[in-house]
Ligand binder design. Structure first.
Ligand code: G3D
Length: 185
């Protein structure tokens, strides 16, 4: 049995998934994770390195979510976290019109990474609670998502503050990854 097969079998037994939460700084990544974990979201400081959080509410799966800092100086470190990633949750600040092209460029670069080639992509159009923010359709166009043929993707609106859309979004990712890893294992 090769190492790859052993690792795969181990993961099937543990029903573990590994998600990477990425996006520009200030998009709301840390707030989303805290909200999913029912933690206090009133005090959040910028992610300087990374946080790993485990979500057990999507039984029987155990989700390890990596939240990696998004400041420009930290983006070159993202690649250190790509190994064995099942899904990328790309968080967009739907109110940040000025940085939408920066956001598109970073996402495009990410999708070209070979080590992420099998990963499912969920784009969260976050801060949907803010009036006048961009809609998922507008963000889809701004990011050029229709051109993405290399990954299974979906864009959904959400709000880390109200919690709207979070569980449903993660549920979609879990189902997509489960189809890939566990059903045809
Ligand atoms: P990051 O981890 O992607 O860098 P944070 O982003 O989770 O630190 O959030 C950045 C700021 O956006 C925080 O505000 C946070 O409260 C706010 N935020 C995150 N998600 C939402 C949302 O869904 N709606 C609204 N209205 N605000 C959100 P501060 O003021 O602390 O910088």
């Amino acid at each position: 049995m090769g190492l790859h097969t052993i690792i795969k079998k181990q993961r099937q037994k543990e029903k573990e998934m590994r998600f990477l939460m990425l996006g520009l700084d200030n998009a709301g990544k840390t707030t989303i994770i805290k909200k999913l974990l029912n933690e206090d979201i009133s005090q959040i400081s910028p992610t300087l390195g990374f946080n790993i959080k485990t979500l057990t509410s999507f039984e029987p799966y155990k989700l390890n979510i990596w939240d990696v800092g998004g400041q420009r100086t930290l983006r070159s470190y993202w690649r250190n976290y790509f190994e064995r990633t099942d899904a990328v949750i790309w968080v967009v600040d739907a109110t940040d019109r000025a940085r939408m092209s920066d956001c598109r460029d970073e996402l495009r670069g990410l999708l070209q990474e070979e080590r992420l080639s099998g990963a499912t992509l969920l784009v969260f159009a976050n801060k949907a609670d803010v009036e006048g923010c961009l809609s998922p359709g507008e963000i889809k166009d701004a990011l050029g998502l229709e051109d993405v043929r290399t990954h299974t993707w979906k864009i959904l609106r959400c709000s880390a503050v109200t919690g709207e859309g979070l569980e449903g979004g993660v549920r979609w990712v879990v189902e997509e990854v489960a189809k890939r890893i566990y059903m045809f294992g």
